[in-house]
Design a protein. Structure first.
Length: 404
C-alpha cells in the first residue's frame, strides 16, 4: 500500500510549486537550469546528481542492455505544477518529461494551469491486473472445447505453479476462449508495483505447458495471441496493467482568457476528431496521449515500447450546466511500474523521486499522475486547435527553427 497523506481529512489546495521561467529567447540557459534543478531537488527531498550531469556507472545497466557503448542524452523538462487529487490525497506535482519536441512541456504545463482553477485533476486507478494470452492448438474443435473446460477448473493448480516463481505476483483468473481448433488461454495476474511482464510470461509458460500436457495439444505458443506492445482491441475493452480514469473542469472564463477559445468550440473540434477516429478504426480516442506518455516513460525509465498499448484510451468533453468545460479521460492499459526495469537507477529514479513515486507502494500514484498529465496535455493541444494557434505556437517555441 502507498503511504497515506500526512493529514487525512485536511486537504486545502496547496501552494503551487513555481517553475522558474525566463525570456523565451534565453531558454534554456545554465542559470535557469540550475534554478529548476534546485526546485526539483526540493520537490524530491533529495539530491539529484544524475539529472545534474553525474555519469551513471556502466554496471548499473547490467540486465538492461547488451553491447553497451554509452548513454543516450535526451533533455528533461519540468511540466507543472499539476494539482492532482488521487487515491492518496491532494497535492501539487512537478512532472519530468524527456523529449526533443519543442512546445510539448510548455503546452502540458499550460494545460495543468487551465485545470487548476477548478480544483485540478481528479484521478483513480479502477483496475490493476496484467493479462497474458498463450494459445494451444488441437486436432479439432472438440479438443479445444474440452481443453477450455479443463482450464476453467485449473485455477488453483495454475496458482500453485505461479507461486513457485514469484512472491510479488499472483494469478487471479483463468479465462479460456475457443478460437476454432485453438484455445486462447487468457491468464490474469496481479503484479505489485512492477509492470510484471517477465513474471507473467514465465507463469504463462508454466500454465500453458501443464494444460497442453494434460489435454493433448498438438502445439502451444506462450505469446500466441500477442498483445505485447501493439495497439489492439483488448487494450481498450479489457485493459492491461493499470486502468485509470481522470476528470477535470475548465472554467469558461479561464478558457477565454488563457486559451482564447470556448467550451463549445473545443467540443466541436472533439466531435470532428471522433468522426475521424471512427473511420480510422483506432483504439486511441485521445488527442496526444502517445506524445505525453512517451516523454514521461523516457524520463522515468519505463519501457517506452508499451506506449503503443498505453496510449489506448477515450477522451470525452461536454459543457456543464454552468457553461464550463468538463473533460473525462479513460486510459485502460497503463503498463508502468515504480520498481523494476529501468526505474531503479540514474536519472529515471531521480525523475520518479521528483514526483514522490520511487520505490515500492508508489505505482498507483504514478499511474494517476500519468493520466492527469495526459489529460492536461490533451486539453491544451485541443484548445490550440480550436483557437487556430497550434502552428504559430510551434513556430514561436522553436521546434521548426533548430539552432546551428
Amino acid at each position: 500500500m502507498e503511504d497515506p497523506p500526512e493529514h487525512p481529512g485536511q486537504e486545502p489546495a496547496p501552494a503551487p510549486l513555481q517553475i522558474p521561467r525566463g525570456p523565451r529567447g534565453e531558454e534554456p540557459s545554465a542559470s535557469l537550469v540550475r534554478a529548476r534543478h534546485g526546485l526539483a531537488e526540493r520537490a524530491a527531498g533529495a539530491a539529484l546528481p544524475h539529472l545534474g550531469g553525474l555519469p551513471v556507472p556502466p554496471e548499473a545497466a547490467r540486465g538492461n542492455i547488451e553491447n553497451m557503448v554509452g548513454w543516450a542524452q535526451v533533455p528533461v523538462g519540468l511540466a507543472g505544477p499539476l494539482l492532482l487529487e488521487g487515491t492518496h490525497g491532494r497535492r501539487d506535482v512537478l512532472v519530468p518529461l524527456a523529449t526533443t519536441e519543442g512546445a510539448l512541456v510548455a503546452s502540458t504545463s499550460r494545460g495543468m494551469g487551465l485545470v487548476r482553477g477548478a480544483g485540478g485533476v481528479r484521478a483513480r486507478v479502477t483496475r490493476d491486473e496484467l493479462s497474458q494470452h498463450p494459445v494451444l492448438v488441437y486436432e479439432d474443435i472438440e479438443g479445444a472445447l474440452d481443453a477450455a473446460e479443463a482450464a476453467r477448473g485449473s485455477l488453483e493448480r495454475f496458482q500453485g505453479l505461479v507461486s513457485t516463481i514469484t512472491t510479488h505476483g499472483r494469478l487471479v483468473r483463468v479465462e479460456p476462449e475457443v478460437l476454432g481448433r485453438r484455445l486462447v488461454l487468457r491468464l490474469v495476474f496481479t503484479t505489485g508495483d512492477a509492470i510484471g511482464i517477465n513474471m507473467a510470461a514465465h507463469g504463462a509458460e508454466l500454465c500453458c505447458a501443464d494444460l497442453a500436457g494434460r489435454t493433448g495439444a498438438v502445439e502451444r505458443h506462450v505469446h500466441g495471441q500477442d498483445v505485447e506492445k501493439r495497439a489492439n482491441a483488448r487494450a481498450l475493452i479489457e485493459g492491461r496493467g493499470r486502468s485509470v480514469v481522470a476528470e477535470a473542469t475548465v472554467p469558461r472564463q479561464v478558457l477565454a482568457e488563457r486559451a482564447r477559445t470556448s467550451p463549445e468550440a473545443m467540443v466541436r473540434v472533439m466531435r470532428t476528431y471522433a468522426a475521424g477516429f471512427a473511420q480510422l478504426g483506432t483504439q486511441n480516442w485521445t488527442i496526444q496521449s502517445a506524445n505525453t506518455l512517451a516523454a514521461l516513460f523516457l524520463a522515468c525509465g519505463q519501457d517506452v515500447a508499451y506506449v503503443t498499448e498505453c496510449a489506448t484510451g477515450l477522451l470525452d468533453l461536454d459543457v456543464t450546466g454552468e457553461g464550463d468545460l468538463q473533460a473525462t479521460l479513460t486510459l485502460p492499459s497503463l503498463l508502468l511500474g515504480s520498481v523494476g526495469g529501468g526505474s531503479g537507477q540514474g536519472t529515471a529514479q531521480e525523475a520518479l523521486q521528483i514526483m514522490g513515486c520511487a520505490g515500492p507502494g508508489k505505482a498507483t500514484t504514478l499511474a494517476e499522475i500519468a493520466a492527469g498529465t495526459v489529460l492536461a496535455g490533451d486539453l491544451s493541444l485541443l484548445a490550440a486547435f480550436a483557437s487556430h494557434e497550434f502552428v504559430a505556437a510551434h513556430e514561436s517555441l522553436g521546434r521548426n527553427r533548430p539552432q546551428p
